[in-house]
Design a protein around this ligand. Structure first.
Ligand SMILES: Cc1cc2nc3c(=O)[nH]c(=O)nc-3n(C[C@H](O)[C@H](O)[C@H](O)COP(=O)(O)OP(=O)(O)OC[C@H]3O[C@@H](n4cnc5c(N)ncnc54)[C@H](O)[C@@H]3O)c2cc1C
Length: 261
C-alpha cells in the first residue's frame, strides 16, 4: 500500500502571527515553523497502518512550502515515514486553498497513492477544505473527520466523529482520509529515528517538475486575497467587584445591566 501523508508547516501557535505588509500573506519567516498539530496524528495513523499491513507498504510525506518547511519534513521522517516529497517553488507563495489543492493533486499524480492521509485542518488558516478539494481533483472518495481507520484489502472503513457519537463510513481505495485529534497517540521521534531521518530521501519538486501551471498558483492564481487586516483590539480590563458583604448584589446588578439576567 502506498500511503502519502500531507504535512503542513505552520507558525508556532505560541508566537504572534503577522501578515507581511507587501502582499498581506502570513510572514512565515518572522516566526518559528512547527508541524501542524493534526498532521502528527496523520503521520502516526499512516505508520500504524504500515505496521499493521507490513509487506511493501510505504509512508511518504508530502509538503508544499518554502525551504524552511524541510525542518517539518525531517520531523515526520524521524517519526518513521520512509521518504518525502517537498513541493517547493517561489511561484507557490501566496497560494490559497484552491491553488494549494491543485498543486498538491499534481504532486500526488507524480507520487501515486493508494491512500492520502491529512489532518482535518491546519492551525494557521483553518479552512478545513483541503481533503475535500484533493478528493475532488483526484476523483477519489474522501472520508473525513476519522477517529478510527481500518483498511482491509481495498476496503477502507472509518469511524467519523459526530455530535451523537460516530458514523461508520466505508469506501474503496484509492481514497483520501482526514483525521481528528485523539485518533491515536503520536510517537515521539527516537534518537535513532532522528539520525535515520537525515539519510532518508527527500525529493524536491518545482512547479515545472509537477506540471503545475504557474498562473494557477501563488498570488497570481489565488481566487481569494486578504484585502486588509487589523489586529484585534487589546482586551479591556474586566470589572472588579469588591465584596464588602454585598458582592452578590453587586454581581447581580452588573449581570442585570449587561442583560445577562
Ligand atoms: C491566516 C490565513 C488565512 C487564510 N485564509 C484563506 C481563505 O480564506 N481561503 C483560502 O482559499 N485560503 C486561505 N489561506 C491560504 C491557505 O491557508 C493555504 O492555501 C493552505 O495551504 C490550505 O489551506 P489550509 O491550511 O486552511 O487547509 P486545511 O484544509 O485547513 O488543512 C487540512 C490539511 O491539509 C494539509 N495541508 C494544508 N496545507 C498544506 C501544505 N501546504 N502542505 C502539505 N499539506 C497541507 C494538512 O494535512 C492539513 O492538516 C489562508 C492562509 C492563512 C495563513
Amino acid at each position: 500500500m502506498n500511503i502519502v501523508v500531507c504535512v503542513k508547516q505552520v507558525p508556532d501557535t505560541a508566537t504572534e502571527r503577522k501578515l507581511r505588509s507587501d502582499d498581506k500573506t502570513l510572514d512565515r519567516d518572522a516566526v518559528d515553523g512547527v508541524i501542524n498539530e493534526l498532521d502528527e496524528y496523520a503521520v502516526e495513523e499512516a505508520l500504524k497502518l504500515k505496521e499493521a499491513h507490513g509487506g511493501d507498504t510505504t509512508v511518504t510525506v508530502l509538503t508544499m512550502g518554502p525551504a524552511k518547511a524541510s525542518e517539518t519534513i525531517r520531523k515526520a521522517l524521524a517519526m518513521g515515514a520512509d521518504k518525502a516529497v517537498h513541493l517547493i517553488d517561489d511561484a507557490l507563495h501566496g497560494s490559497d486553498a484552491l491553488s494549494t489543492s491543485y498543486a498538491m493533486a499534481q504532486a500526488l499524480a507524480k507520487t501515486g497513492f493508494d491512500l492520502v492521509v491529512l489532518g482535518s485542518e491546519s492551525t494557521d488558516a483553518r479552512t478545513g477544505v483541503l481533503a475535500a478539494m484533493l478528493a475532488e481533483r483526484l476523483g477519489v472518495p474522501q472520508l473525513t473527520l476519522a477517529k478510527k481507520v481500518e483498511v482491509d484489502g481495498t476496503a477502507i472503513t472509518i469511524e467519523r466523529v459526530a455530535e451523537y457519537g460516530y458514523d461508520k463510513v466505508q469506501a474503496t481505495l484509492p481514497a483520501v482520509v482526514s483525521v481528528v485529534e485523539k485518533i491515536n497517540d503520536p510517537r515521539y521521534p527516537s534518537f535513532k529515528g532522528i539520525m535515520a531521518a537525515k539519510k532518508k530521501p527527500v525529493e524536491t519538486l518545482s512547479i515545472a517538475d509537477a506540471d503545475i501551471a504557474g498562473d494557477q498558483v501563488g498570488l497570481a492564481g489565488a481566487w481569494s486575497e486578504v484585502a486588509e487586516f487589523a489586529t484585534a483590539p487589546p482586551r479591556a480590563a474586566g470589572t472588579i467587584v469588591k465584596d464588602e458583604g454585598d458582592g452578590g448584589t453587586k454581581t447581580a446588578d452588573y449581570l442585570a445591566t449587561k442583560k445577562f439576567i
